[in-house]
Ligand binder design. Structure first.
Ligand code: MRU
Length: 362
């Protein structure tokens, strides 16, 4: 059985409640945008692509049940309002915002077509959301394959195995399947070229310890868990060949927002001469923003730092700063940005994406 964050068939949407992993594999049914926004905010489902998929599929669920309208204008307004709710749930990852822009346009264009009915508008939006699932899985397989080949050529052109360090969770649990950075690791393993994986615990939410470690054990991929503070020592003493992480938003100059702690990993990698890669679908790229300074960074509740499983571990009265993400400047992304369209140096990204079908709607 493969791990699935999202189970969808027309008229049924279920998410694996990631708050209960790794102890329990519990699927929760969602039938509305409101329920999906709450699940995203609570991090029952997380990871940039999975957030967008669940958001859009929850809208598809409502539309299939006949929500919105009456009348074409009211239906398009309903679609746009629901999408706004989803975008607001978590601000840093761009995937939901991009999908919202595309879906809003799809709905409006269909409504303007001669002969359009509420039925055809609903169908177009539903089909777009359903197609996203398939596309994400396909893109992740390309990212895995392209990334693995590039990484091997850069680090080990004469053959042999590589050791990769990764951060947070970017696997099947964060996507429609296979994963992005973890997809590269999966591909290396499938090619017989992976010596070992180091996955960071990823404080404060422990996506590494709870989710990535779970996926690696489940897939029997050789791996060791380290705390975030062990990354420099691992690079100094454990033969790390490359660092590969995911992204929540890659902007035009290549600056990348990803899980808090990514930035310091990139600095440490540069110090040790270890190539640092970002693996992300083009749906995580945002050419509307020029530099990482413009990215809104989500701040999460203080309890994520002060409490562990509901038990207070921090001194009472201490102040807390809990940004969920940080921005890695493009000059630290020394390996490249791995997308389904190819592997690019940060300064090549804008040109490469502008020249592709990606630029439609940008
Ligand atoms: O807060 P999270 O768990 O949603 O953060 C996830 C990450 O930072 C991932 O690296 C990113 O979304 C890419 S997932 C393919």
């Amino acid at each position: 059985m493969t791990l699935e964050a999202i189970r969808y068939s027309p008229g049924s949407l279920q998410i694996l409640d990631q708050l209960q992993l790794p102890e329990h594999c519990h699927y929760e049914a969602l039938s509305s945008v409101q329920q999906a926004s709450e699940a995203i905010r609570a991090m029952k489902v997380r990871g940039a692509p999975a957030i967008a998929l669940v958001g859009c599929l929850s809208l598809a669920m409502e539309l299939r049940a006949g929500a919105g309208g009456p009348g074409l204008a009211a239906l398009v307004a309903f679609v746009r309002d629901q999408l706004r709710l989803l975008v607001a749930a978590r601000p840093t990852a761009v995937n939901m915002a991009r999908a919202a822009r595309d879906l809003g346009q799809v709905a409006a264009q269909e409504a303007e077509r001669e002969g359009a009915t509420e039925e055809t508008v609903r169908e177009r939006v539903i089909r777009f959301a359903e197609d996203m699932l398939e596309k994400d899985l396909k893109d992740n397989r390309s990212i895995g394959d392209l990334g693995a080949r590039h990484l091997l050529e850069q680090t080990n052109p004469r053959g042999g195995k590589v050791t990769v360090l990764t951060h947070c969770n970017t696997g099947a649990l964060a996507t429609a399947g296979y994963g992005t950075a973890l997809g590269v690791i999966r591909s290396l393993h499938e090619m017989g070229r992976l010596e070992h994986t180091f996955c960071t615990e990823t404080r404060p939410y422990n996506q590494g310890a709870r989710l990535t470690a779970f996926e690696l054990v489940y897939e029997q991929i050789p791996a060791t868990l380290i705390t975030d503070s062990m990354a420099a020592a691992a690079m100094a003493h454990q033969g790390v060949s490359a660092v590969v992480v995911g992204a929540d938003r890659v902007v035009a100059n290549g600056d990348t927002a990803n899980k808090i702690g990514t930035y310091q990993l990139a600095i440490v990698a540069k110090h040790h001469g270890v190539p640092f890669y970002v693996a992300a679908p083009s749906s995580s790229c945002d050419l509307h923003l020029e530099t990482g300074k413009e990215i809104v960074i989500e701040e999460r509740p203080s309890q994520e730092l002060t409490d562990l499983n509901g038990v207070r571990i921090a001194a009472q009265g201490i102040r807390v700063w809990n940004p969920a993400f940080d921005v890695t400047p493009h000059e630290l992304i020394t390996g490249g940005i791995i997308t389904e369209l190819g592997v690019f140096a940060p300064e090549e990204l804008r040109g490469a994406l502008s020249a592709s079908v990606f630029s439609e709607g940008q």
